[in-house]
Design a protein around this ligand. Structure first.
Ligand SMILES: *Cc1c(COP(=O)(O)O)cnc(C)c1O
Length: 390
């Protein structure tokens, strides 16, 4: 059939779908290997924590270059448990970005902290360190920067602020597994530079499981030990079995997830290179459009493109145009967190974080995953060019 159509002009309206993300293609290559790994877990009948989780924790700690990696039930729980380490008391504040997935701020609130927002840098969509400095108060305990879309935040100014004020830096690295940045003259992995780092293995992340999963990283052995207790209801092996030093939660990584993630981790560096190559191709071909701003990868950062996110004029109309032509896209995120109904009580107003609000109106994420073909990517680019009359 391919031969019959060779040379024929493809009718864009009827061409096959190009999803924002197609996990089935990854599975096509890895299915056998993954199923074998899961079968081994089934044969062991050890489903929660145990050897498979310990092996994965060791492998990912080595990959990231960090002292301790603690598997938990989700990225949201990773954030929440890190907030618990702060022992927040009424009125204690944690500063974060209003332009992120909800879980970042939700974790602060759930752990009893007061969420304080600071605006983002329009070039990177990440927290602007100058805006952070403006909102630090006597009650600030930590800064929670998000490495959004796969690019790390500018960490040095935040580390300096934290140093001066005795604050913790807790990195939300859920979208940036494998990202790096030059910090203090050496390349460091996202999630390993601050006091603690949080990762998610939600299936759409760069390293995704077969369900929910998360990870906390730290170089502090005492924090690591407390996290290992908190994830099992605070049970303290030093005190005895079924003896609880503090009230923790049930947030353990499943062995099945760990087995899947151990297999996928071996492929992650290759996938990251493919993501970066696809992103460079979009940059090259979309940069020339006056109506589109391509993402800015800073020279001192290694962007891993969990999402390839442009700013687009007439964003909603462009999105409709793509949808009609069977091309997936996404808006991350349409409503900045300071405008969320649940945070009304914090007293923020519309217009208070102009960069976050502008981003929410302009961003559009395009199909990007390692298996995206050159032909598909060409069709995405041509469809965007067509929309702007190019
Ligand atoms: C995905 C994500 C989370 C939450 O992770 P889950 O595993 O879905 O709980 C937190 N923060 C950011 C920035 C994310 O993208």
């Amino acid at each position: 059939m391919g031969e019959l159509r060779m040379g024929a002009r493809v009718d864009v309206e009827s061409a096959g779908p190009i999803p924002l993300l197609d996990l089935a293609r990854q599975h096509l290559h890895l299915g056998e290997e993954l199923t074998a790994a899961v079968r081994r877990v089934a044969e062991s009948q050890s489903f929660v924590l145990g050897a498979a989780v310990e092996e994965f924790e060791a492998a990912i700690a080595h990959y990231l270059g960090v002292g301790h990696a603690i598997g938990v039930a989700s990225g949201t729980d990773a954030l929440y448990l890190c907030m618990r380490l702060l022992d927040l008391r009424d009125g204690d504040e944690v500063i974060t970005s209003p332009f992120t997935f909800f879980a970042t701020a939700g974790a602060i609130a759930n752990a009893g902290g007061r969420v304080v927002f600071a605006d983002i840098d329009p070039l990177t969509f990440n927290l602007d360190p100058r805006c952070v400095a403006d909102v630090i108060s006597e009650r600030t305990r930590a800064i929670l920067p998000v490495h959004l879309f796969g690019q790390m935040v500018e960490l040095q100014p935040l580390l300096d602020l934290a140093d001066q004020r005795g604050l913790w830096i807790i990195e939300d690295a859920a979208q940036s597994m494998g990202a790096k940045a030059l910090v203090g003259g050496s390349w460091r992995a996202g999630g390993t530079v601050g006091t603690l780092g949080c990762f998610s293995f939600y299936p759409t992340k760069n390293l995704g499981g077969w369900g929910d999963g998360g990870l906390i990283t730290t170089n502090d052995p005492d924090l690591a030990e407390r996290l290992r207790r908190l994830r099992v209801h605070g049970e303290d092996p030093g005190l005895g079995r079924y003896v609880h030093g503090e009230v923790g939660v049930n947030s353990r990584l499943d062995a099945i997830q760990a087995a899947v993630l151990s297999v996928k981790l071996r492929h992650l560096p290759g996938w990251t290179e493919l993501r970066r190559a696809r992103a460079a191709e979009y940059d090259r071909r979309l940069d020339v459009l006056a109506e589109v701003t391509t993402p800015v990868a800073q020279p001192d950062r290694f962007h891993v493109y969990n999402l390839y996110t442009i700013r687009a004029q007439r964003r909603t109309a462009l999105r409709d145009h793509l949808t009609k032509r069977n091309i997936g896209s996404g808006v991350y995120y349409p409503l900045p967190l300071h405008r969320q109904p649940c945070f009304r009580g914090l007293g923020y107003e519309a217009g208070q974080f102009p960069q976050a609000e502008r981003a929410a109106e302009e961003v559009l994420s395009l199909p990007l995953f390692p298996e995206l073909t050159a032909a598909e990517q060409g069709r995405v680019v041509e469809t965007i060019q067509g929309f702007y009359g190019g």
